[in-house]
Design a protein around this ligand. Structure first.
Ligand SMILES: Nc1ncnc2c1ncn2[C@@H]1O[C@H](COP(=O)(O)OP(=O)(O)OP(=O)(O)O)[C@@H](O)[C@H]1O
Ligand SMILES: [Mg+2]
Length: 354
Protein backbone atom coordinates (compact mmCIF):
# COMPACT_ATOMS: atom_id res chain seq x y z
CA UNK A 1 0.00 0.00 0.00
CA UNK A 2 1.39 3.40 -0.90
CA UNK A 3 2.10 5.62 2.09
CA UNK A 4 -0.51 8.11 0.94
CA UNK A 5 -3.37 5.60 0.66
CA UNK A 6 -5.80 5.39 3.54
CA UNK A 7 -6.58 2.21 5.41
CA UNK A 8 -10.22 1.34 5.82
CA UNK A 9 -10.99 0.40 9.40
CA UNK A 10 -13.89 -1.78 8.29
CA UNK A 11 -12.27 -4.64 6.38
CA UNK A 12 -11.26 -7.75 8.31
CA UNK A 13 -11.52 -8.16 12.04
CA UNK A 14 -8.06 -9.38 12.92
CA UNK A 15 -5.82 -8.27 10.06
CA UNK A 16 -5.31 -4.74 8.86
CA UNK A 17 -6.40 -3.82 5.33
CA UNK A 18 -3.47 -3.25 3.02
CA UNK A 19 -0.96 -4.79 5.43
CA UNK A 20 -0.01 -8.25 4.27
CA UNK A 21 1.31 -11.26 6.17
CA UNK A 22 -0.29 -13.53 8.72
CA UNK A 23 2.80 -14.97 10.39
CA UNK A 24 2.38 -15.17 14.18
CA UNK A 25 4.74 -12.19 14.60
CA UNK A 26 2.62 -10.01 12.29
CA UNK A 27 -0.61 -11.18 13.90
CA UNK A 28 0.77 -9.96 17.19
CA UNK A 29 1.52 -6.58 15.55
CA UNK A 30 -2.10 -6.35 14.30
CA UNK A 31 -3.46 -7.35 17.68
CA UNK A 32 -1.55 -4.62 19.57
CA UNK A 33 -2.29 -2.06 16.85
CA UNK A 34 -6.03 -2.67 17.10
CA UNK A 35 -5.92 -2.79 20.87
CA UNK A 36 -4.08 0.52 21.39
CA UNK A 37 -5.49 2.46 18.44
CA UNK A 38 -8.50 3.69 20.41
CA UNK A 39 -6.43 5.12 23.24
CA UNK A 40 -4.30 8.25 23.17
CA UNK A 41 -1.21 6.40 24.37
CA UNK A 42 2.12 7.26 22.79
CA UNK A 43 3.37 4.42 20.61
CA UNK A 44 6.97 3.77 19.67
CA UNK A 45 7.36 1.78 16.45
CA UNK A 46 10.69 0.05 16.14
CA UNK A 47 12.03 -2.10 13.36
CA UNK A 48 14.48 -2.17 10.50
CA UNK A 49 13.99 -0.03 7.42
CA UNK A 50 11.13 -1.15 5.17
CA UNK A 51 9.31 -3.29 7.74
CA UNK A 52 6.08 -1.27 7.68
CA UNK A 53 6.38 1.20 10.57
CA UNK A 54 4.70 3.97 8.63
CA UNK A 55 1.87 1.66 7.54
CA UNK A 56 1.18 0.79 11.16
CA UNK A 57 1.39 4.45 12.22
CA UNK A 58 -1.28 5.31 9.64
CA UNK A 59 -3.42 2.36 10.73
CA UNK A 60 -3.19 3.51 14.36
CA UNK A 61 -4.56 6.87 13.28
CA UNK A 62 -7.26 5.41 11.04
CA UNK A 63 -8.50 3.05 13.74
CA UNK A 64 -8.57 5.80 16.37
CA UNK A 65 -11.37 8.19 17.34
CA UNK A 66 -9.10 10.89 15.85
CA UNK A 67 -9.40 9.49 12.32
CA UNK A 68 -11.31 12.53 11.07
CA UNK A 69 -8.53 14.79 12.38
CA UNK A 70 -5.17 15.36 10.69
CA UNK A 71 -2.35 12.82 10.43
CA UNK A 72 0.89 14.78 10.32
CA UNK A 73 4.18 13.03 9.58
CA UNK A 74 7.48 14.73 10.34
CA UNK A 75 10.67 13.12 9.12
CA UNK A 76 13.01 14.15 11.93
CA UNK A 77 15.99 12.71 10.06
CA UNK A 78 15.60 15.01 7.07
CA UNK A 79 16.09 18.41 8.75
CA UNK A 80 18.86 20.17 10.64
CA UNK A 81 18.28 20.89 14.33
CA UNK A 82 17.12 24.50 13.89
CA UNK A 83 14.90 23.74 10.90
CA UNK A 84 13.34 20.82 12.71
CA UNK A 85 12.66 22.95 15.77
CA UNK A 86 10.82 25.54 13.74
CA UNK A 87 9.07 22.83 11.69
CA UNK A 88 7.75 21.18 14.85
CA UNK A 89 6.93 24.20 16.98
CA UNK A 90 6.61 27.03 14.47
CA UNK A 91 8.25 30.44 14.80
CA UNK A 92 7.35 34.09 15.00
CA UNK A 93 8.46 36.78 12.59
CA UNK A 94 12.00 37.93 13.34
CA UNK A 95 12.87 34.82 15.41
CA UNK A 96 15.88 34.31 13.11
CA UNK A 97 17.25 35.98 9.98
CA UNK A 98 15.05 34.22 7.44
CA UNK A 99 11.88 34.26 9.60
CA UNK A 100 9.97 36.84 7.55
CA UNK A 101 6.58 35.87 8.88
CA UNK A 102 4.88 33.88 11.62
CA UNK A 103 4.72 30.18 10.95
CA UNK A 104 2.54 27.47 12.48
CA UNK A 105 4.41 24.35 13.49
CA UNK A 106 3.46 20.73 12.87
CA UNK A 107 2.31 20.15 16.44
CA UNK A 108 -0.30 22.87 15.98
CA UNK A 109 -1.22 21.44 12.56
CA UNK A 110 -1.81 18.05 14.22
CA UNK A 111 -4.25 19.47 16.78
CA UNK A 112 -7.19 17.07 17.17
CA UNK A 113 -5.30 14.37 15.27
CA UNK A 114 -2.03 12.45 15.31
CA UNK A 115 1.57 13.53 14.87
CA UNK A 116 4.00 10.87 13.64
CA UNK A 117 7.61 11.64 14.51
CA UNK A 118 9.52 9.49 12.06
CA UNK A 119 13.23 8.70 12.61
CA UNK A 120 12.98 10.05 16.16
CA UNK A 121 16.49 8.70 16.79
CA UNK A 122 17.86 11.60 14.68
CA UNK A 123 16.53 14.35 16.98
CA UNK A 124 19.35 16.28 18.68
CA UNK A 125 19.83 16.06 22.41
CA UNK A 126 18.76 19.69 22.95
CA UNK A 127 15.58 19.31 20.95
CA UNK A 128 14.78 16.13 22.83
CA UNK A 129 14.27 18.25 25.98
CA UNK A 130 11.67 20.35 24.20
CA UNK A 131 9.94 17.25 22.86
CA UNK A 132 9.79 15.74 26.31
CA UNK A 133 7.93 18.80 27.54
CA UNK A 134 5.33 18.59 24.77
CA UNK A 135 4.84 14.92 25.52
CA UNK A 136 4.43 15.55 29.21
CA UNK A 137 2.55 18.84 29.28
CA UNK A 138 1.13 19.04 25.74
CA UNK A 139 2.45 22.60 25.60
CA UNK A 140 5.28 24.56 23.98
CA UNK A 141 6.23 27.97 22.61
CA UNK A 142 6.90 28.90 19.00
CA UNK A 143 10.56 29.73 18.34
CA UNK A 144 11.15 33.36 19.34
CA UNK A 145 7.86 33.67 21.23
CA UNK A 146 6.99 33.55 24.91
CA UNK A 147 3.32 32.69 24.50
CA UNK A 148 2.55 29.11 25.51
CA UNK A 149 0.49 27.06 23.08
CA UNK A 150 -1.49 24.01 24.15
CA UNK A 151 -2.29 21.22 21.72
CA UNK A 152 -4.27 18.03 21.81
CA UNK A 153 -2.52 15.51 19.63
CA UNK A 154 -1.59 11.92 19.87
CA UNK A 155 2.11 11.21 19.41
CA UNK A 156 3.47 8.25 17.47
CA UNK A 157 7.20 7.84 16.88
CA UNK A 158 9.35 5.49 14.83
CA UNK A 159 12.96 4.47 14.94
CA UNK A 160 15.04 2.13 12.82
CA UNK A 161 17.82 2.16 15.40
CA UNK A 162 17.81 0.48 18.76
CA UNK A 163 17.15 3.44 21.09
CA UNK A 164 18.72 1.57 24.02
CA UNK A 165 22.00 1.54 22.07
CA UNK A 166 21.56 5.26 21.38
CA UNK A 167 21.02 5.88 25.11
CA UNK A 168 24.20 3.93 25.90
CA UNK A 169 26.09 5.97 23.30
CA UNK A 170 24.86 9.20 24.95
CA UNK A 171 22.79 10.23 21.92
CA UNK A 172 19.31 9.75 23.31
CA UNK A 173 17.78 10.85 26.61
CA UNK A 174 16.43 8.01 28.68
CA UNK A 175 13.59 10.16 30.11
CA UNK A 176 12.31 10.82 26.57
CA UNK A 177 12.71 7.16 25.68
CA UNK A 178 10.52 6.05 28.59
CA UNK A 179 7.94 8.72 27.74
CA UNK A 180 7.81 7.58 24.11
CA UNK A 181 7.89 3.89 24.82
CA UNK A 182 4.51 3.72 26.58
CA UNK A 183 3.38 1.12 24.04
CA UNK A 184 6.21 -0.38 21.98
CA UNK A 185 5.39 -2.11 18.70
CA UNK A 186 8.19 -4.04 17.08
CA UNK A 187 7.99 -4.75 13.35
CA UNK A 188 9.86 -8.00 12.71
CA UNK A 189 12.37 -8.17 9.85
CA UNK A 190 11.15 -10.02 6.76
CA UNK A 191 13.89 -12.63 7.03
CA UNK A 192 12.33 -13.80 10.30
CA UNK A 193 8.92 -14.44 8.69
CA UNK A 194 9.53 -16.17 5.34
CA UNK A 195 6.00 -17.62 5.53
CA UNK A 196 4.68 -14.10 4.74
CA UNK A 197 6.64 -13.94 1.48
CA UNK A 198 4.24 -15.85 -0.84
CA UNK A 199 1.32 -13.61 0.23
CA UNK A 200 3.38 -10.46 -0.16
CA UNK A 201 4.59 -11.60 -3.59
CA UNK A 202 1.03 -12.28 -4.68
CA UNK A 203 -0.12 -8.89 -3.40
CA UNK A 204 2.66 -6.98 -5.18
CA UNK A 205 2.27 -9.03 -8.40
CA UNK A 206 -1.37 -7.99 -8.55
CA UNK A 207 -0.65 -4.39 -7.66
CA UNK A 208 2.14 -3.85 -10.19
CA UNK A 209 0.43 -5.85 -12.92
CA UNK A 210 -2.58 -3.57 -12.48
CA UNK A 211 -0.49 -0.42 -12.57
CA UNK A 212 1.23 -1.70 -15.73
CA UNK A 213 -2.19 -2.57 -17.18
CA UNK A 214 -1.34 -6.26 -17.54
CA UNK A 215 -2.92 -9.43 -16.17
CA UNK A 216 -1.24 -10.62 -12.95
CA UNK A 217 1.49 -13.12 -13.89
CA UNK A 218 2.15 -16.46 -12.22
CA UNK A 219 5.49 -16.99 -10.49
CA UNK A 220 7.68 -20.12 -10.65
CA UNK A 221 8.05 -22.06 -7.43
CA UNK A 222 11.87 -21.87 -7.46
CA UNK A 223 11.61 -18.07 -7.70
CA UNK A 224 9.42 -17.97 -4.57
CA UNK A 225 11.87 -20.32 -2.84
CA UNK A 226 14.77 -18.00 -3.71
CA UNK A 227 12.80 -15.06 -2.30
CA UNK A 228 12.15 -17.03 0.87
CA UNK A 229 15.84 -17.82 1.37
CA UNK A 230 17.13 -14.29 0.84
CA UNK A 231 18.12 -12.15 3.87
CA UNK A 232 16.16 -8.96 2.99
CA UNK A 233 18.25 -6.10 4.41
CA UNK A 234 15.66 -3.68 2.93
CA UNK A 235 12.70 -5.81 4.09
CA UNK A 236 9.26 -5.44 2.44
CA UNK A 237 10.29 -2.29 0.55
CA UNK A 238 13.07 -4.28 -1.14
CA UNK A 239 10.72 -7.16 -2.00
CA UNK A 240 8.20 -4.71 -3.43
CA UNK A 241 10.89 -3.19 -5.66
CA UNK A 242 12.06 -6.58 -6.97
CA UNK A 243 8.52 -7.63 -7.85
CA UNK A 244 7.86 -4.37 -9.65
CA UNK A 245 11.13 -4.78 -11.55
CA UNK A 246 10.33 -8.42 -12.46
CA UNK A 247 6.93 -7.38 -13.84
CA UNK A 248 8.50 -4.67 -15.94
CA UNK A 249 11.18 -7.05 -17.27
CA UNK A 250 8.87 -10.03 -17.88
CA UNK A 251 8.06 -10.73 -21.49
CA UNK A 252 5.60 -13.57 -20.90
CA UNK A 253 3.01 -14.09 -18.18
CA UNK A 254 5.27 -16.04 -15.81
CA UNK A 255 7.87 -14.65 -13.43
CA UNK A 256 10.92 -16.87 -13.69
CA UNK A 257 13.87 -16.86 -11.29
CA UNK A 258 16.16 -15.11 -13.79
CA UNK A 259 13.97 -12.00 -13.50
CA UNK A 260 15.12 -11.60 -9.89
CA UNK A 261 18.36 -9.78 -9.03
CA UNK A 262 21.46 -11.99 -9.09
CA UNK A 263 22.06 -11.73 -5.34
CA UNK A 264 18.51 -12.99 -4.70
CA UNK A 265 19.13 -15.92 -7.05
CA UNK A 266 22.24 -16.71 -4.98
CA UNK A 267 24.59 -15.80 -7.84
CA UNK A 268 26.23 -12.74 -6.28
CA UNK A 269 27.13 -11.78 -2.71
CA UNK A 270 24.57 -9.96 -0.61
CA UNK A 271 25.57 -6.42 0.33
CA UNK A 272 25.92 -5.94 4.05
CA UNK A 273 24.16 -2.99 5.60
CA UNK A 274 25.94 -0.64 7.95
CA UNK A 275 23.14 0.70 10.10
CA UNK A 276 19.65 -0.08 11.31
CA UNK A 277 18.48 -2.39 14.05
CA UNK A 278 19.95 -5.84 13.54
CA UNK A 279 20.33 -8.76 15.89
CA UNK A 280 23.66 -10.54 16.13
CA UNK A 281 21.80 -13.63 14.94
CA UNK A 282 20.67 -12.01 11.71
CA UNK A 283 24.07 -10.40 11.16
CA UNK A 284 25.60 -13.84 11.50
CA UNK A 285 23.13 -15.26 8.98
CA UNK A 286 24.07 -12.58 6.47
CA UNK A 287 27.77 -13.17 6.98
CA UNK A 288 27.43 -16.90 6.59
CA UNK A 289 25.42 -16.61 3.41
CA UNK A 290 27.85 -14.03 1.97
CA UNK A 291 30.88 -16.21 2.65
CA UNK A 292 29.17 -19.34 1.34
CA UNK A 293 28.39 -17.54 -1.87
CA UNK A 294 32.00 -16.49 -2.24
CA UNK A 295 33.38 -19.92 -1.49
CA UNK A 296 30.67 -22.26 -2.74
CA UNK A 297 28.39 -24.33 -0.49
CA UNK A 298 30.90 -27.13 -0.09
CA UNK A 299 33.69 -25.02 1.38
CA UNK A 300 34.64 -26.34 4.82
CA UNK A 301 36.55 -23.35 6.22
CA UNK A 302 33.45 -21.35 7.07
CA UNK A 303 34.88 -20.17 10.41
CA UNK A 304 37.97 -18.59 8.80
CA UNK A 305 35.95 -17.04 6.02
CA UNK A 306 33.38 -15.39 8.31
CA UNK A 307 36.01 -14.17 10.76
CA UNK A 308 38.11 -12.76 7.90
CA UNK A 309 35.08 -11.00 6.46
CA UNK A 310 34.33 -9.33 9.80
CA UNK A 311 37.97 -8.57 10.55
CA UNK A 312 38.64 -6.95 7.20
CA UNK A 313 35.56 -4.73 7.51
CA UNK A 314 36.42 -3.78 11.10
CA UNK A 315 40.03 -2.84 10.28
CA UNK A 316 39.01 -0.93 7.20
CA UNK A 317 36.34 1.07 9.06
CA UNK A 318 38.56 1.90 12.03
CA UNK A 319 41.42 2.93 9.73
CA UNK A 320 39.04 5.17 7.81
CA UNK A 321 37.75 6.80 11.00
CA UNK A 322 41.39 7.44 12.05
CA UNK A 323 42.26 8.90 8.61
CA UNK A 324 44.57 5.92 8.02
CA UNK A 325 46.83 6.77 10.99
CA UNK A 326 48.02 3.37 12.20
CA UNK A 327 49.07 4.29 15.76
CA UNK A 328 45.64 5.80 16.38
CA UNK A 329 43.80 2.86 14.77
CA UNK A 330 45.86 0.31 16.75
CA UNK A 331 45.06 2.04 20.02
CA UNK A 332 41.35 2.31 19.16
CA UNK A 333 41.28 -1.40 18.30
CA UNK A 334 43.26 -2.29 21.42
CA UNK A 335 45.90 -4.23 19.50
CA UNK A 336 49.59 -3.57 18.94
CA UNK A 337 50.90 -1.79 15.87
CA UNK A 338 52.74 -4.79 14.43
CA UNK A 339 49.56 -6.86 14.42
CA UNK A 340 47.70 -4.03 12.71
CA UNK A 341 50.50 -3.64 10.18
CA UNK A 342 50.33 -7.34 9.31
CA UNK A 343 46.51 -7.22 8.89
CA UNK A 344 46.80 -4.19 6.61
CA UNK A 345 49.17 -6.20 4.41
CA UNK A 346 47.04 -9.37 4.57
CA UNK A 347 43.85 -7.62 3.57
CA UNK A 348 45.44 -5.05 1.23
CA UNK A 349 43.91 -2.14 3.17
CA UNK A 350 44.70 1.51 2.74
CA UNK A 351 46.65 3.23 5.51
CA UNK A 352 48.86 6.28 5.90
CA UNK A 353 52.61 5.59 6.18
CA UNK A 354 53.64 5.66 9.83
N1 LIG B 1 3.22 -5.93 5.59
C1 LIG B 1 3.20 -5.15 4.49
N2 LIG B 1 2.24 -5.32 3.56
C2 LIG B 1 2.22 -4.57 2.44
N3 LIG B 1 3.12 -3.61 2.17
C3 LIG B 1 4.08 -3.38 3.05
C4 LIG B 1 4.18 -4.15 4.28
N4 LIG B 1 5.24 -3.71 4.98
C5 LIG B 1 5.78 -2.72 4.26
N5 LIG B 1 5.10 -2.53 3.10
C6 LIG B 1 5.43 -1.57 2.04
O1 LIG B 1 6.84 -1.42 2.05
C7 LIG B 1 7.22 -0.05 1.96
C8 LIG B 1 7.96 0.35 3.23
O2 LIG B 1 7.05 0.39 4.32
P1 LIG B 1 7.12 1.57 5.40
O3 LIG B 1 7.39 2.88 4.73
O4 LIG B 1 5.93 1.49 6.27
O5 LIG B 1 8.44 1.08 6.16
P2 LIG B 1 9.23 1.76 7.35
O6 LIG B 1 9.37 0.72 8.41
O7 LIG B 1 8.57 3.05 7.72
O8 LIG B 1 10.66 2.00 6.69
P3 LIG B 1 11.77 3.18 6.99
O9 LIG B 1 12.37 2.86 8.34
O10 LIG B 1 12.75 3.01 5.88
O11 LIG B 1 11.03 4.48 6.96
C9 LIG B 1 5.94 0.73 1.76
O12 LIG B 1 5.74 0.96 0.38
C10 LIG B 1 4.87 -0.17 2.32
O13 LIG B 1 3.65 0.06 1.69
MG1 LIG C 1 9.25 5.01 7.52
Amino acid sequence: MAATEKVSPTAGSTGIPGIIGDSPAMQEVYRITRQVASSSATVLLAGETGTGKELIARALHEFSPRRSGPFVRVNCGALSESLLESELFGHVRGAFTSANENRTGRFEAAHGGTIFLDEINSVSYTLQVKLLRVLQEQEFERVGDSKTIRVDCRVLAATNRDLMDEIDAGNFRDDLYYRLNVVPIYLPPLRDRPSDIPQLVDFFLKRYAASNKRPAPAIMENAVEALQSYVWPGNVRELQNYIERAIVLATGNVITIDLLPRHVQGLAPVRLRRNGVRSSESLCEELVSASMLEAGESSSNLYDRVVNLVEKELFSQVLKSCQGVQTKAASRLGINRNTLHKKIDDYGLEAADS
